[in-house]
Design a binder for this molecule. Structure first.
Ligand SMILES: C[S@@+](CC[C@H](N)C(=O)[O-])C[C@H]1O[C@@H](n2cnc3c(N)ncnc32)[C@H](O)[C@@H]1O
Length: 383
């Protein structure tokens, strides 16, 4: 196959670039475009030889695009316009402007890209931006498939349900039968949990917990029998790896820095999603992780000699000091950025420049994507 010339739009820290490499498809990224200085610094640090255009997409002319001579586009437009926390302003949100600009340019490029892959949050599928995308692609004669996929589908213990679209230009076609429906999982997938049907409902990008539909009796830690059963069921899903395979624990790392501070424990203990190294689940890590508590990602119980249930059942009526003593036994800590990068499929040679703070690392990772999922989609798209 002729080497693909890929244009990576909204490149962030290069999740698409890593996915392209992991897919082993013969390809080169001819340019990456992003306006965020922090993300760009990280991108440049890891891909020093790739042309990185630190500008807005809508600031590029048709001619600028044509000069890049690309034949594929990989892109993850900003997701805030389509999330609950982002108020779902959709195409009236100024952050959608650049995406609409890309759609406007597409039919006018010197040559239509052979392949297009787009990633976005759950919520995008019901947006007007999605309707505009489909309309443009159909007018340009693309074959396309929409999918909703979470990494749990391929055995990774992390929920990150995302919308994907893959498209191939006429006369190309896919190796699988396309359908106008949005596929839940990969076309060949027989797994039942591609869309996190068992996972804790969190908004997909900004991260707040939705209302639970059951008004069930709370067993402990605001959790009902149904919640606990769902978690137990996820933890017994042997096709999914254990979290311990992704941890830095025992690698000479000082984890004290990542321990939850007393104030957070006292104020938010009941809202935390707590997992253990042998769990086979974690909730989506969002850009607010380590900063906001609710719905931004799981925390790890590093001391497993103590039962979570025992600790939480005895909290009521205790003074703050006693509560803290109880909760501290669990040795709760945040996942490190490296551990989150591991769960998101970033290779071990992906690193952050020294001046990037931990908070910035969480932020850019929360905005990125699961490399393994996208790599599988790229292979599916081009073969
Ligand atoms: C969802 S993130 C994409 C993350 C990326 N796929 C990664 O792996 O890190 C969206 C990115 O779009 C960038 N962005 C938003 N609006 C933009 C615009 N108008 N022009 C260029 N980049 C933009 C943001 O800076 C952010 O890095």
């Amino acid at each position: 196959m002729e080497k693909l010339r890929v244009l990576e739009l909204y490149s962030g820290i290069g999740g698409m670039h890593y996915a392209l490499k992991a897919s082993l498809v013969p390809a080169e990224v001819v340019a990456a475009v992003d306006v965020n200085t922090t993300a760009n610094e990280i991108y440049k640090h890891n891909f020093p030889n790739t042309l990185l255009l630190p500008k807005t997409i809508e600031g590029m002319t048709l001619n600028d695009f044509n000069k890049l001579d690309f034949n594929a586009i990989l892109m993850s437009p900003p997701c805030q316009p389509f999330t609950r926390i982002g108020l779902q302003c959709d195409i009236s949100d100024p952050r959608t402007k650049s995406f609409l600009y890309v759609l406007d340019l597409l039919p006018r490029f010197n040559k239509l890209p052979r392949f297009i892959l787009l990633e976005n949050v759950k919520g995008f599928e019901t947006s007007s931006a999605r309707d505009a995308l489909i309309k443009t692609l159909k007018e340009c004669n693309y074959s396309l498939q929409e999918l909703m996929i979470s990494p749990t589908c391929i055995g990774i213990p992390n929920s990150r349900l995302r919308y994907f679209l893959i498209a191939t230009a006429f006369p190309g076609s896919f190796s699988f039968q396309t359908t106008p429906e949005i596929l839940n999982g990969f076309p060949d997938s027989s797994s039942s949990d591609c869309t996190d049907s068992f996972s804790v409902p969190v908004s997909q990008c900004g991260g707040i917990r939705s209302e639970t539909s059951d008004n069930g009796y709370v067993i402990y830690k605001l959790e009902t029998a149904q919640d606990l059963e769902r978690k137990r069921s996820q933890d017994s899903e042997e096709t999914v790896q254990m979290l311990q395979d992704f941890l830095e624990e025992g690698q000479g790392m000082d984890m004290e820095h990542y321990r939850l501070p007393p104030k957070t424990l006292l104020r938010y203990a009941l809202l935390l999603d707590i997992v253990q190294p042998n769990s086979r689940r974690s909730v989506c890590f969002t850009k607010g992780y380590g900063h906001y508590v609710e719905g931004t990602g799981s925390v790890l119980q590093s001391c497993t000699d103590v039962e979570l249930e025992t600790v939480f059942k005895c909290l009521e009526g205790l003074s703050d000091e006693e509560k803290l003593k109880q909760l501290s036994q669990l040795k709760l800590r945040y996942f490190t950025p490296r551990e989150i990068a591991n769960l998101m499929g970033f290779p071990s040679h992906f690193t952050f420049p020294e001046d990037i703070s931990i908070k910035q690392q969480y932020r850019v990772l929360g905005n990125s994507l699961n490399v393994h999922v996208v790599s599988k989609l790229i292979s599916l798209m081009v073969t």
